[in-house]
Design a protein around this ligand. Structure first.
Ligand code: GUN
Length: 294
């Protein structure tokens, strides 16, 4: 048996086409959605991610601006910069690319973003809303995972979802979104004893640990759905997920590849969150159908 491949590029195209129509409608009403991305310092991987985000905005007609700030910028200099974007009416979404340099307090910078422009969904106000079930900006990667499952018609209600990883960016918000969808959720992490005992019980397994190929086919229940959030650079320069694809694809019923799985969906959901922020400012409520797709 070989698992069905869940094609994140194809699913992204579907959503981006829908978003483009909504951008066109907003532009016709006098509002062009705008995203500002701040990158501090010169981390090469972050530079690639930021460039991809800006390109994706432009491809659907949104305004984007990238602000590359020097790695030596002070905490107060950075929060003042965020404040200037908070006050800029052409900007509906603000994203500060993480990680930030050591001397900067990430949390203080995230809290400086106006919650209504926090399209990453990392501000306490948005994280809190996520827990209570009312978030306008679900964090992009876990939200992308939910949309992939929805697109594929994979039921979540009543399923045992096992998430490996407890980060603020993926693991924790993923758990909240899965709970909302009616799953029974287990969150495993680096201190979990006998990880395989849990992963083998998963109907849907979400791997978000950041360790190349650490989840093998022998740790997966036959027929499970496997979502690989990991993007790890190998010594030979190739990319690998957290799941050992070759062995997992023989056991799972459906699986996301790396690259081409969750990665494109993260950027797509960023576009969706920015669009939603702009629609909110413009007083437009997306139709129910659009909201479900959004
Ligand atoms: N670095 C890695 N993933 C992310 C993300 O989703 N948002 C931001 N701002 N930085 C990141």
């Amino acid at each position: 048996m070989s698992a069905k491949l869940i094609d994140g590029k194809k699913i992204s195209e579907f959503f981006r086409a829908e978003y483009k129509l909504r951008v066109d409608r907003l532009v016709a009403n006098g509002t062009r959605p705008g995203l500002a991305v701040i990158i501090v310092g010169s981390d090469p991987a972050s530079q690639v991610y930021v460039r991809n985000k800006a390109r994706a905005c432009e491809a659907i007609g949104m305004h984007s601006e990238v602000h590359a700030l020097p790695g030596e910028i002070s905490q107060s200099g950075l929060t003042a910069f965020v404040d200037s974007l908070n006050a800029n009416a052409a900007i509906h979404g603000i994203l500060v690319q993480l990680p930030l340099p050591e001397h900067i307090d990430d949390r203080a910078v995230i809290e400086a973003i106006a919650p209504g422009k926090d399209v990453d969904g990392f501000h306490y106000a948005n994280m809190g809303a996520l827990v209570i079930d009312e978030s306008r900006f679900p964090p992009c990667t876990p939200y992308g995972v939910m949309k992939m499952l929805e697109y594929e018609g994979i039921d979540i209600e009543g399923k045992h979802v096992v998430i490996v990883g407890r980060s603020n960016i993926v693991g924790k918000p993923q758990a909240m979104l899965m709970l909302k969808a009616g799953a029974t959720v287990t969150v495993c992490h680096s201190k979990t004893r006998d990880l395989a005992r849990f992963t083998r019980d998963a109907d849907i397994l979400v791997a978000a640990v950041g360790k190349a190929r650490m989840i093998g086919g022998d740790m997966i229940k036959p027929g499970a759905v496997v979502i690989d959030v990991g993007i790890n650079r190998l010594a030979d320069g190739k990319l690998a997920g957290d799941v050992d694809f070759e062995s997992a694809v023989k056991v799972a019923s459906a699986i996301t590849p790396v690259p081409g799985g969750v990665g494109p969906m993260t950027i797509t959901m960023l576009l969706g969150n920015t669009l939603r922020a702009a629609e909110h400012v413009a007083g437009i409520v997306a139709s129910k159908k659009e909201t479900m797709l959004a």
